[in-house]
Design a protein around this ligand. Structure first.
Ligand code: AMP
Length: 121
């Protein structure tokens, strides 16, 4: 499957659609999920054109991979939910069909601000 440049997160990255921005650096953009499932529900996306985590891990540069991992913690720190600065959170990536992925641009959900509950329902 080829990357779809018309997916909603690609449009957000190009500035064609607004987002409620939390954090941005060279490698990632983070914004609040439009349909929050927990008290805090943030999304962290790489700036590169990657469909999902497997596409990313196979094709992104080491710098991009490190950038995304560190970006997640920069966001959790900024939101006050990191294990060091808060009470923790859940980072989750849905991957393709069986993973329930709806938007075909890699994203990590960060759920926090309250107990998140069971891992899979
Ligand atoms: P997934 O099912 O993992 O692909 O999750 C996609 C997520 O993107 C869902 O939680 C949606 O609520 C969220 N979403 C869709 N459109 C937007 C948008 N324009 N701004 C922020 N979040 C969005």
């Amino acid at each position: 499957m080829a990357y779809d440049d018309n997916n909603i997160f690609a449009k957000i990255l190009r500035g064609e659609i607004p987002c409620n921005k939390i954090y941005e650096d060279e490698f990632v953009l983070s914004f609040y999920d439009i349909n929050p499932q927990k008290k805090i529900h943030a999304l962290v996306i790489p700036k590169g054109r990657y469909i999902d985590l497997d596409d990313f891990n196979l094709n992104a540069s080491d710098q991009e991979i490190v950038g995304l991992m560190k970006g997640i913690t920069n966001v959790s720190k900024k939101l006050g939910i990191s294990s060091i600065h808060g009470k923790g959170y859940r980072a989750l990536a849905n991957i393709s069909d069986h993973g329930g992925q709806e938007v075909p641009h890699l994203h990590f959900h960060l759920f926090g601000g309250e107990k998140v509950g069971k891992m899979v329902s």
